[in-house]
Design a protein around this ligand. Structure first.
Ligand code: HEM
Length: 429
């Protein structure tokens, strides 16, 4: 589907003041058209169900290479973010933990036929969630570490990535300790919920003696957007990701996302990336009562097309230079504050890879829904922190409450099955 495809214009929508009564002939015509419509719908449904049968659950994303998968690999329908505290306190044990996680990732991200269990007196070797054919369904498992891991416990202090700090509070934040931090964060992504949960339970099962989960948030993206390769719509109903840097541009990814020799980081960090995770609750009751014009002005984009205000198509350049007084796209809009294009594009030196979350009901009776905001960058300060500082005080803040998350460093990739995540950290001096 064309990304720039337009939403039907207002003229094509039925007018609310069309006459209610129609002649019988008109009624028959409508019934017939309706019948044909139903037939077409049924045919469509049949094709759709045939198509859904050919979903390739065996699809796998390569877990090996200079970088971990899950940072610039394609978006998925499902995700889960879990932070863990490490319960071991020696470097060797931490190294073994990372080796175990790496082995599990190598296993989980390739299709596997489950071997029959011969001794039924033993607990089953795995959860059984995926039946006997373990298909990854584009599973990626991305491991990152926080500044806490570089405290006195493991003697790794001198090797800490230079910009890695604990997440501090921004003015609109209402951080809750039970939703923040952890020593290790793991991002699980796949195209089905069961693939994500299978991997999560597998990793917990193999590492429960060395680390315990401290917070977990499940995320999702609209299945229709992933299937149709259109920009995912967030829970405010806006396309989210239009202004993102293209992952196809590997030079740009080196400039924005991946740590390279040019970043002046400890050499073991090359190939890694800083990860900012923010759990952001939406005040949807308030948002859903906000006029469309205000909603659009808050972002600087039209709701249905995703086009910058005053433009036609989602990917149109907002031409901020031609709007020097903010008449068209307000200075306070999210888009203009986040990425002022001043003077060039990518003032926000980050790449977003967020998911929506839906987690139940709050004590106030409101829905607990929002965004797991995730940004990757090779410089946490020039990426997330500076961008968030520009956003502080934006009108959108009336509708959002950041309450958790943290800053982490995505370990460089593992080369092959014999390698493991974190090897360069332990081998460096
Ligand atoms: C409730 C939280 C947020 C929501 C709902 C949200 C949503 C959006 C939307 C709808 C857009 C416009 C479409 C697009 O370019 O993707 C956008 C753009 C952007 N957002 Fe956010 N965002 C949120 C938080 C953040 C945060 C915390 C940051 C970084 C600190 C951020 C950085 C950006 C950047 C850099 C752009 C691109 C602007 C451009 O290139 O034109 N956003 N966001």
């Amino acid at each position: 589907m064309d990304k720039n495809q337009q939403f039907p214009s207002e003229e094509h929508r039925p007018s609310p003041d069309q006459p209610a009564s129609r002649s019988r002939r008109q009624g028959m015509k409508m019934l017939l058209a309706g019948g044909l419509g139903m037939a077409a719908l049924k045919a469509g449904a049949a094709t759709a169900s045939a198509n859904s049968c050919i979903h390739d659950y065996a699809q796998s994303v390569n877990a090996f290479g200079a970088h971990q998968a899950g940072v610039i690999t394609p978006d998925t329908k499902e995700a889960c973010f879990v932070a863990f505290n490490v319960t071991v306190n020696q470097a060797r044990a931490l190294q073994q933990l990372l080796q175990t996680i790496s082995q599990r990732i190598a296993f989980l991200t390739r299709p596997q036929q489950l071997k029959p269990q011969h001794n039924d007196q033993l607990p089953p070797a795995e959860s059984g969630l995926l039946g006997t054919l373990l298909e990854p369904d584009s599973l990626t498992v991305t491991v990152s570490v926080s500044a806490r891991l570089f405290d006195q416990r493991f003697g790794l202090h001198s090797r800490k990535p230079k910009k890695l700090v604990s997440m501090s509070r921004f003015p609109n934040d209402r951080l809750q300790p039970q939703w923040c931090g952890g020593d290790i964060a793991i991002q699980f992504c796949a195209n089905s919920r069961e693939s994500v949960l299978y991997a999560l339970r597998d990793i917990i099962r193999h590492t429960s003696a060395q680390m315990i989960p401290v917070w977990k948030m499940d995320g999702f993206l609209p299945a229709r957007d992933i299937d149709r390769h259109t920009t995912a719509i967030n829970l405010f109903g806006f396309k989210d990701g239009s202004g993102n840097a293209s992952t196809a541009d590997s030079k740009l990814m080196d400039e924005l996302v991946w740590v390279t020799a040019a970043n002046g980081e400890p050499s073991w960090c090359t190939g890694g990336s800083y990860q900012a995770i923010r759990l952001i609750r939406f005040n949807l009751a308030f948002w859903d009562r906000t006029p469309l014009e205000d909603q659009e002005n808050d972002f600087g984009r039209y709701k249905h097309t995703g086009a910058p205000i005053g433009k036609k198509h989602e990917m149109d350049d907002p031409q901020l230079k031609q709007d020097p007084h903010g008449d068209r796209i307000l200075f306070d809009s999210h888009m203009r504050r986040a990425e002022p294009r001043d003077p060039e594009r990518h003032v926000a030196r980050l790449r977003r890879r967020s998911f929506s979350y839906s987690a139940g009901v709050l004590p106030t009776g409101e829905l607990d829904m929002g965004l797991i905001f995730v940004a990757y960058q090779n410089d946490l300060k020039k990426g997330f922190i500076d961008t968030q500082n520009r956003l502080n005080g934006e009108p959108l803040e009336r509708y959002i409450t950041p309450f958790g998350g943290g800053y982490y460093f995505v370990l460089p990739g593992m080369k092959n099955q014999q390698d493991y995540l974190g090897r360069t950290l332990f081998e460096s001096t």
